[in-house]
Write a protein that binds this ligand. Structure first.
Ligand SMILES: [Zn+2]
Length: 257
């Protein structure tokens, strides 16, 4: 049978009964599905979300770091304040002993006074440490507030970007759903083995498993390649609906002209 027109789609519509022709239509749909899936994956909104997620993660890490720093300052302050309390207790004790009637003798009094001076010095140093810790904590609080504000800002930005991405994905998904339904209708009547053969070649040959052949040119091949007339004639002689391999590209060939 010789088909004179060269438009594969037109041909497919006219000869929907032929499983090989049906495959050409399935192939066209599969290309659309593949392109759209790629577009969906490569949506700029997806990259924007990923970048913002990374920023959010950085902000979260910074929050955790500041919290650890503040916890360490709090812990150090608590220890130092306990130390001050202990120094106070010892100072009280020493003062009591100094003014006690039991303490007599210049040497004992001098020793106690020296002890008291030492304790006071240590207390003063500890109090300075607490003041420094409080000041460092104030700075940490300032930094924490800034980072918290930035974190909220990024969270909000991410929510907006995620919503935009979802909107774009939904639009594409609706088209993909339609294409999937179209494909379901297109594969009706195609023998399972032929469909699997096509799908296997499609996956091996960069998304194209079946190609039309017109005027000695296979549309799956480099179009500069011209198949010899004798070869094309041999292909024409093959029993109908028997998949013929393109000798060049290995795809299933459907002769349309
Ligand atoms: Zn080919």
């Amino acid at each position: 049978m010789t088909v004179t027109h060269t438009n594969p789609e037109e041909t497919t519509q006219r000869e929907t009964k032929s499983p090989l022709r049906q495959l050409l239509a399935v192939q066209a749909t599969d290309i659309e599905i593949a392109q759209l899936t790629k577009t969906r994956q490569g949506l700029p909104a997806r990259a924007a979300c990923a970048a913002t997620e990374a920023k959010l993660q950085q902000a979260s890490q910074l929050q955790a770091k500041i919290k650890d720093h503040m916890d360490a300052l709090d812990s150090e302050q608590k220890t130092t304040e306990q130390e001050i309390e202990e120094l106070d207790r010892r100072l009280k004790e020493s003062n009591a002993r100094l003014y006690s009637s039991e303490t007599t003798g210049l040497r004992a009094i001098e020793a106690l006074q020296e002890q008291i001076t030492g304790l006071k010095r240590r207390k003063q140093v500890a109090e300075e440490v607490v003041l420094d810790l409080i000041s460092r904590r104030d700075s940490a609080v300032e930094k924490r507030d800034l980072v918290d504000a930035k974190h909220s800002e990024i969270t909000q930005q991410l929510a907006q970007q995620t919503e935009s991405l979802k909107t774009e994905e939904d639009k594409i998904d609706a088209v993909l759903k339609e294409l999937s339904e179209t494909r379901q209708a297109q594969i009706l009547g195609i023998p399972q083995a032929l469909l699997q053969d096509y799908e296997s070649r499609r996956d091996r040959f960069g998304g194209v498993g079946v190609a039309s052949l017109a005027d000695q040119h296979c549309f799956g091949c480099d179009l500069n390649i011209m198949h010899p007339v004798a070869e094309v004639e041999r292909m024409r002689q093959a029993p109908p609906d028997t998949p013929i391999d393109c000798s060049e590209c290995g795809r299933i060939i459907v002769i349309v002209a």
